[in-house]
Structure formats: C-alpha cells, structure tokens
Design a protein around this ligand. Structure first.
Ligand code: 13P
Ligand code: ZN
Length: 271
C-alpha cells in the first residue's frame, strides 16, 4: 500500500524536490517545509474525499482556502527521509468548512502533523493566489549562502535585491520582483506568517534574516529554480564580498536585460 502512494505523481514530485533540496545542503535535520496545492480532481483520482482520517486544528483562520487540498511536509520531519517514507513525512489535507481545521485524508502516519510554519505557508498561498490564480507552491528552506549573506549585508530590501541582481546576469530576469527581507522574527508563529504574506504582495521571494527563505510559484520546479537562483547569487556574493570589486553589472545593463526579456523590474531599485 505504501508503495502505491509513493507512485502518486504529486507525492513523487514533492519527494524528488525534497531530495534535491537536501542534496544541496539547504535542509539540515528538520529544516525547511513545502506546501503544494493539489487540484480537487487530482486528489479524487487517488483518495475518497469523504474518508477523513482525523482533523487537526490550524490555529488560525484560512477561510479563503476552504475546500482546498494541500500536500504538506510534517513538523519535525527530515527532508532526507521524505522519499523513503512519504506516508510518515507528508500529509494531504483539506481546509474544512470552518476555515480553521485541517481534514487529513492521508499521511502523518506516526500521528504527527503539518509543519510548524503552516501559518506562513497558508497565509502566503492566500496572498499569492490573489496575484496569480495559478500559484500552487510555497517553499521554505535554509540555503547556506543566503543565510550567510543576511549576517553581513544590510537588510534593506531594495539594497539586498540590488546586490543579488548584480551577482549574475540572469538574476534580474528570474526574479524581477526582487526579494523582500524580514528582520529576525520568532518563527512558527502567526505573526511571522502575517508578515511574510504581507511581503508576498510585492515579491515571490521573502528572506527571513538569520533563518532562511520563502519562495512561491506555480510549480515545484519553478519555485525550486527561483530559490536556487537567489542562492547562487548569494554564493557569488559570499565568494567576492571580501575582495576588491573590479567589474560589475551596471544598472543600464540590467535595464537592457529586462527590455530584452520583456520583464518589468521592481520600481526604485535601478537608477
Ligand atoms: P518544521 O519541522 O516544523 O517544518 O520546521 C522546520 C523549520 O524550518 C522551521 O522554520
Ligand atoms: Zn526554517
């Protein structure tokens, strides 16, 4: 039976993404969490929607998501174990009619529950769905260089974005909305969830200083690629920040790139 679930397309996809993130060293121990909105018809291909295993209180109001299904990593679970045992490390649930309860259809097989960062995930889904109805993924992880960069770079969102855009030619094209940076905040709370969702109005990437990053997108691949690009830029920064800068990408060159690729860059960053 467990093997059957491992072969479900969306479960396989999420497990492969967790494997990739672990391989890159971003998700030590239980670090990181992923939420993936699954269309009702996809869920119904494999599960009986009337067969609820148990209910779990959300701890906040997600009424905008009533009836929607999410596949979400479990709290305290290690990314390195997701593909070996998806039924313990993942859970598939529906947001109940009260908007405040998760109705578990599958997973969290050891009696566990969804990530402690569910407020930031679901509040970000609510926000991103308003901007892009096709948004299905929210991803949180602890990429090494990005995290290091938040210790040595000013946390001003515009300055942080400008530095990242300068670190490799394609950055301005991949994340033209830039990144929004939050100062250190207590994680796993509704407050950090609300602050993250507020920043998601502006950008698909939110940096949690001294902690990690949130990315949002249509697909797991696209969201992973977004974070991968930001992390690569942070890596170039960390490899060069202590050295004299001899060459750089100019603002005019970034404007040329934006024109060529037809992207609108966030206002107030390029001069
Ligand atoms: P969870 O194990 O609850 O998903 O928490 C991991 C994490 O990265 C907290 O920010
Ligand atoms: Zn974290």
């Amino acid at each position: 039976m467990a093997e059957l679930f491992t072969n479900i397309g969306f479960v396989k996809e999420l497990a492969a993404t967790a494997d990739n993130m672990y391989r890159l060293g971003w998700d030590e121990r239980n670090g990181g969490n992923i939420s993936y909105l699954i269309p009702e018809e996809e869920v119904e291909r494999y599960f009986n929607p009337d067969h609820v295993l148990r209910t779990i209180p959300l701890g906040f109001d997600a009424k905008e998501l009533i009836g929607k299904y999410f596949l979400v990593t479990g709290t305290g679970k290690y990314f390195k174990n997701v593909s070996k045992d998806p039924e313990t490390n993942l859970g598939l649930f529906r947001i109940a009619k009260d908007g405040k309860t998760a109705e578990l259809l599958w997973g969290y097989a050891d009696g566990g529950k969804f990530t402690s960062e569910l407020p930031a995930h679901l509040m970000s889904h609510i926000q991103r769905l308003k901007v892009d109805p096709e948004n299905r993924v929210v991803m949180h992880t602890h990429p090494t260089n990005l995290l290091a960069m938040t210790y040595v770079h000013e946390l001003d969102s515009a300055k942080f974005t400008h530095t990242l855009w300068q670190m490799s030619t394609e950055c301005v094209v991949v994340f033209p909305d830039g990144v929004e940076v939050l100062p250190w905040m207590l994680c796993g709370t509704n407050s950090i969830g609300e602050a993250t969702a507020e920043k998601m109005k502006e950008s698909r990437v939110v940096v949690w200083a001294l902690h990690g990053i949130y990315g949002a997108g249509k697909t797991l691949d696209e969201t992973f690629g977004l974070i991968e690009t930001v992390e690569k830029a942070a890596q170039i920064y960390m490899l060069t920040a202590h050295l004299p800068r001899v060459n750089t990408i100019t603002d005019d060159q970034m404007k040329e790139l934006a024109n060529l690729f037809g992207v609108k860059v966030k206002n107030g960053i390029l001069r």
